[in-house]
Write a protein that binds this ligand. Sequence first.
Ligand code: FES
Length: 102
Amino acid sequence: MDAARQRDMLDPVAASLRMAGIARPDAVPFSFNGIAVQAPAGESLAAALIAAGMRGLGAGPGAPRAALCMMGTCQQCLVRVDGRLAQACLTRVRPGLEVTAA
Ligand code: FES
């Protein structure tokens, strides 16, 4: 099952859990390794990439690296954002980000 279909299946559940009057920001475009991706502005870049089905963030010893702790501790989510190294879990999605594997 692809990530978009999984996300569609979870939308009704997520909607029932949201607080009244709280809405997610509109999705904005950015790219990962040249592939167009959309995610709500301000969402964690790591979470946005996982939701888009892009879990491999770079080469690791024997296996691709993927976000692990999601709180800035493990460094497994290092990527290049507009040419600079950044932790994807601590970076917020903004329109036009150019993200590449590090
Ligand atoms: S996932 Fe661990 S530092 Fe980002």
